[in-house]
Write a protein that binds this ligand. Structure first.
Ligand code: UD1
Ligand code: CA
Length: 485
């Protein structure tokens, strides 16, 4: 996201996030619900940082402890102010402003539940406030259905004179389609004076922040609006349907951003990319791809179809098909899938392969090494160019503790081998198919650990007489080919 580097910081920014969010019907604070993989409050802090506030305060109330804890970890630069009882947006801003003490300059107010507000739009709002030398500048939008929002009332010359809440509006005011986003820049001094004057004689019995704007008008101070062309940026979330709607739009914006940056997205409707993902150029995302967390994908890699990667690093030109991966590293040109499960600590070197129905956990598969089919590899280090045959299982857990296994470079593990950890198979060894390996195999040796085969002559005729198998045996004995043709 581009930020104009020359923009002067604002003195303070207050994010309102004390509301109850009752319609979410959630034990989690509304502002901690996610849009495009980032909490709504996280988006609000992100946008706030675009105007470089010298003081950043989040007003918390409902589930205050939960929200404070989140902020402590994800936005330590923010302080929290408690609004124990919610007496309206004006009262909330007071709660945020009072602990900041005396200062002058600009105070920006935003909401914790308006996730699509961008840093660019906040910057434009602040620029407009400065250019017009306003005492208050409000972010507004024209919307097809303004129901529920405060309406921007302008006089005949187009000057804003007041904001009327939906519930306080008369019939003609209800027709106004320009709405109050609830996002403003105030002159600090005007804001303090206006808040001190607030009453609560309105339909909701609350202290309305919007009345500060009326107060500025009554004192003949310059009040302005900045109309955004993008009403999505002003939309708030009150319930889970709105959450889904804004999440979809936020995702669409991520996809557009990456397509513009050189990523092919075969089916945007089935693709999800959350906010902190990083992609190279000429990456191709096949349908059903979900990339989240701190996932990064190198140039020219192909992901999907039907793949979910979380906190996973994928190297250039790798191919990852029908895979679930979490906290894994996939080297350049590596080939993964289909139906592969890479768990935390799975690391594939350059050109390595983890093939169909392979699960890997806390293990390194060296450069060019291959685990092509039906295997479980846990707590194991596999050297470069080793080949691990179909159905190989590492028994890494003895029921109490996990143990490590080592497979040396260029070794060849036969199909159906079980490696009982802890065990070491040196570089340059062979393991016979079907072995159960419990002891170290030195370099250059063949490890064989399985029962010798014996055939019991005539057993079928004796013990399974009258079956179709016995009939086939008789037929085979009488001279047709051993497979019975
Ligand atoms: C508010 C505006 C309205 C605007 C709308 C935009 C007022 C009086 N009205 O109305 O003009 O169109 O936002 O969405 O300001 N909050 C607190 N403490 C409180 C009350 C609210 O922190 O005591 C927070 C809420 O968590 C929320 C935000 O402020 O994030 C807005 O509150 P909400 O009750 O949704 O305001 P609206 O009635 O929608
Ligand atoms: Ca609201």
């Amino acid at each position: 996201m581009s930020e104009s580097p020359d923009q002067q910081p604002v003195a303070a920014l207050i994010i309102l996030a004390a509301g109850a969010g009752t319609r979410m019907k959630s034990r989690k604070s509304k502002v901690l619900h996610e849009v495009a993989g980032r909490s709504m409050l996280g988006w609000a802090v992100h946008a706030a940082n675009g105007v470089h506030p010298q003081r950043l305060s989040v007003v918390v109330g409902h589930l205050a402890e939960q929200v404070s804890e989140y902020l402590h970890e994800f936005a330590p630069e923010a302080t929290t102010a408690l609004q124990a009882e919610q007496h309206g947006t004006g009262h909330a801003v007071k709660c945020g402003l009072d602990p900041m003490g005396e200062f002058s300059g600009e105070v920006v107010v935003t909401y914790g539940d308006v996730p699509l507000l961008s840093a660019e739009t906040l910057q434009a709002l602040v620029s407009e406030h400065r250019t017009a030398a306003n005492a208050v500048t409000v972010l507004t939008a024209r919307v097809p259905d303004p129901t529920g929002y405060g309406r921007i009332v302008r006089d005949a010359s187009g000057r804003i004179v007041e904001i009327v809440e939906d519930r306080d509006a008369d019939e003609s005011q209800k027709q106004i389609d320009e709405i109050n986003s609830g996002i403003y820049v105030f002159d600090a001094e005007l804001l303090r004076a206006g808040l001190a004057q607030l009453g609560s004689s309105n339909a909701q019995g609350e202290q309305y922040l919007t009345d500060v704007l009326g107060y500025a008008v009554s004192r003949d101070l310059p009040v302005g609006g900045y109309v955004t062309e993008d009403p999505w940026e002003t939309e708030g979330v009150n319930d889970r349907q709105q959450l889904a709607r804004l999440d979809r739009e936020a995702n669409r914006r991520q996809l557009v951003r990456w397509m513009k940056a050189g990523v092919t997205i075969v089916d945007p409707l089935s693709t999800r990319i959350t906010a902190d993902v990083g992609l190279g150029i000429d990456v191709t995302l096949q349908p059903g791809t979900i990339l989240s967390g701190a996932t990064t994908v190198g140039d020219g890699a192909e992901i999907g179809p039907d793949t979910r990667l979380h906190d996973t690093e994928v190297g250039a030109e790798a191919s990852v098909i029908r895979t679930e991966a979490n906290l894994a590293v996939i080297g350049e040109r590596a080939v993964v899938g289909p139906f592969t499960y890479l768990r935390p600590g799975a690391e594939l070197g350059a050109g390595a392969k983890a093939g169909a129905f392979v699960e890997v956990k806390a293990s390194t598969i060296g450069e060019g090494a291959k685990v092509p089919h039906l295997s479980y590899i846990g707590d194991t280090t596999i050297g470069e160019r080793a080949n691990v045959g179909a159905g190989t299982i590492v028994a890494n857990y003895d029921g109490v503790a996990k143990h490590r296994t080592l497979i040396g470079k260029a070794s060849f593990i036969g199909c159906g081998t079980t490696l009982i950890a802890p065990v070491e198979v040196a570089a340059g060894t062979y393991i016979a198919a079907g072995s159960t390996i419990t002891e170290a195999v030195p370099a250059g040796d063949l490890g064989v650990a399985r029962g010798r085969q014996r055939n019991v002559e005539g057993w079928v005729a004796k013990r399974r007489a009258g079956t179709r198998t016995a009939a086939a045996a008789e037929e085979a004995a009488s001279g047709s080919s051993p497979v019975g043709e």
